[in-house]
Write a protein that binds this ligand. Structure first.
Ligand SMILES: O=P(O)(O)OC[C@H]1O[C@H](O)[C@H](O)[C@@H](O)[C@@H]1O
Length: 578
């Protein structure tokens, strides 16, 4: 069917309700909008399904949520795993509770047990709940940090990590095979409860999750000692982080935790924010204002589904709050974990850290320093979570922590997705430790640079929306591929990694080896002088992403090097996007 035919079908078939038809009638004269809403089905990207809320096959709505769930249900029934069930959580977004209930009732109608959280919960708690309840799968209704007009659907498998290949392909094939909406099942909520197919979950999982978080603490005594001294400002950005973060910090004994009042309560419009993403410095405005009033040591923010964490820390010399990138906060946590676990004899045998290919290379000397094995995976925390399963299956390594540049971090293996409450907790412990030494996290970061090298990284994105945008992104990638760059700015390209072709080409020798990672549309350039660049289309937003990094000899040298590389790369990408 063409997009027009699909539009007409939605306008006329009695399966679709009157509100949907009204919404679609309003765009009858807007061909581009009709095309964008119907030219494809929503696709599973880096973080599952994600799309703008509205009527259409390429939108998040009751019909697309049900269809995705029916596909998942068909897959589960084929595996004969109905009895193990599916855990379902949701965040504070528009329609999140409604979509979650819809998914639960579709599963129940297919004879699959559903465990639905009574109210909003963080994504990592769902990852934990899947294993705790022995479920076969999990679902979170969230669009993570995307703008308010979005929602999404993340799918987890029994190991607690988001689905990866080949399971993702198999489930997607089942979803695609649902071509007739009339075959999508649903059932009455009361009937599902009466039949024992639907169970509402809450406090018992919260308590167990909380205990798991606290097990990751290394020095409770230092927290106690500093509990009156350290001042923490926290904002949940109107999302799910408030309850677990407040609880864990309070149970650990932190006395001075100030929540940003304007952003404390759930709000699907994210009224006080342009973009509820800790990657966006503007999102910290209110938190920094409160931090100055309270003279806080550290400022923390979690995104709406509480899987990402962003921080600022006080520079006592200048009195300014300094921003940490996801790379920096991840490294602070990693270094503290490695150092203190080693010192206290708590480091497991064969320890491993997992990071993505676009995450800072400063992790390399740090991991080497503590004899920690460093494993690299493609972008997406699902690939980090998946490694824990592999370690267990092969009895190879013991996972200590995972981190990625996009503000995601996990310490421990109780969950298999990035976990902002655990990251907040670990950073507050590290901050308390620093306080006991008379320094701040910022001073400590400077010490780490001095010890391991001045690694700095940047990210530049271009938003290219709709059908034409997707086509442009495709063209940019193929132009770059065709161009075979040998130099970027003044830096020679040493190696080109093409993850789509599964090749790593050494430009000096011409030798070609395999990338060793799953196929993905990613180009990565290893450059001279410890620098690198990487380009890939986003899998969650209509964007092309350019990542880059350098290694400097001082903060100033690093800034100058990063700026030079960034200018050259941005100019190149902008030209390709013209
Ligand atoms: O870059 P995208 O494909 O849009 O994904 C954005 C981010 O999504 C999730 O948060 C993943 O865990 C990250 O690894 C990824 O960076």
């Amino acid at each position: 069917m063409s997009y027009r035919d699909t539009y007409d079908f939605w306008m006329t078939d009695d399966y679709f309700d009157e509100d949907t038809k009204k919404e679609l009638a309003a765009i009858a004269d807007d061909e581009a909008e009709i095309e964008d809403r119907f030219y494809r089905d929503l696709v599973f990207g880096t973080g599952g399904l994600r799309g703008v809320i509205g009527a259409g096959t390429n939108r998040m709505n009751f019909y697309t949520v049900r269809k995705a769930t029916q596909g998942l249900a068909n897959f589960i029934v084929k595996q004969n795993a109905q009895d193990k069930g599916v855990a379902i959580a949701y965040d504070s977004r528009k329609y999140s509770p409604e979509f979650a209930a819809e998914a639960a009732l579709c599963l129940c109608a297919n004879g699959i047990k559903s465990y639905l959280f009574e109210s909003l919960r963080p994504t990592p708690e769902l990852s934990y709940a899947v294993r705790k309840l022995g479920c076969t799968a999990g679902i979170v209704i969230t669009a993570s940090h995307n703008p308010p007009e979005y929602n999404g659907y993340k799918v987890y498998w029994e190991d607690g990590a988001q689905i990866t290949a080949p399971k993702d392909r198999e489930i997607i094939a089942e979803v695609k095979a649902v071509t007739d909406f009339h075959t999508v099942k649903t059932m009455d909520k009361q009937e599902a409860l009466d039949k024992g197919l639907l169970t509402i979950i809450g406090a018992e999982i919260d308590d167990a999750y909380m205990e798991e978080l606290k097990k990751q603490i290394i020095h409770p005594e230092i927290i106690k000692e500093q509990s009156e001294n350290i001042k923490i400002v926290y904002t949940p950005f109107h999302g799910t982080g408030l309850v677990p973060v407040k609880r864990v910090l309070s149970e650990l004994g932190f006395k001075n935790v100030y929540i940003v009042p304007e952003q404390e309560l759930p709000d699907p419009e994210f009224t006080t924010l342009e973009y509820p993403n800790p990657e966006d410095p503007k999102a910290f405005e209110l938190a920094l204002k409160l931090a100055k009033e309270k003279n806080a040591d550290i400022v923390l923010a979690t995104d709406p589904d509480a899987d990402r964490l962003g921080i600022y820390a006080l520079d006592t010399k200048t009195g300014k709050y300094m921003p940490f990138t996801g790379n920096m906060s991840g490294l602070i946590i990693a270094e503290y974990q490695f150092r203190e676990r080693t010192k206290c004899g708590l480091m497991p045998k064969n320890p491993a850290m997992v990071k993505t290919i676009v995450t800072t290379n400063m992790a390399d000397p740090l991991a080497a320093d503590y004899n920690v094995n460093l494993i690299e995976v493609l972008t997406g925390f699902k690939f980090i979570g998946e490694q824990i399963k592999f370690f267990e299956q092969n009895n190879s390594y013991n996972f200590v922590m995972g981190m990625e540049e996009s503000y995601g971090c996990l310490v421990g293996t109780y969950a298999r997705d990035k976990d902002a409450p655990v990251a907040v907790m670990c950073l507050c412990e590290a901050a308390a430790y620093c306080k006991s030494q008379g320094i701040t996290l910022w001073d400590h970061m400077l010490d780490l640079y001095e010890k391991y090298g001045y690694y700095k990284e940047g990210l530049y994105t271009i938003t290219l929306k709709g059908v034409t945008g997707a086509e442009k992104i495709r063209k940019i990638m193929s132009s770059l591929r065709a161009e075979s760059l040998t130099q970027i700015d003044t830096l020679k390209v040493l190696k080109v990694r093409d993850y789509e072709k599964n090749t790593i080409t050494d430009l000096a020798t011409g030798e070609v080896t395999e990338s060793g990672l799953p196929q993905s549309n990613v180009l990565y350039y290893d450059l001279e002088d410890g620098a690198w660049a990487c380009v890939r289309p986003s899998g969650t937003e209509p964007k092309i992403k350019l990542y880059y990094g350098i290694k400097g000899t001082s903060l100033d040298d690093a800034d100058a090097k990063l700026e030079a590389l960034q200018t050259a790369l941005v100019e190149k990408l902008n030209k390709l996007a013209e």
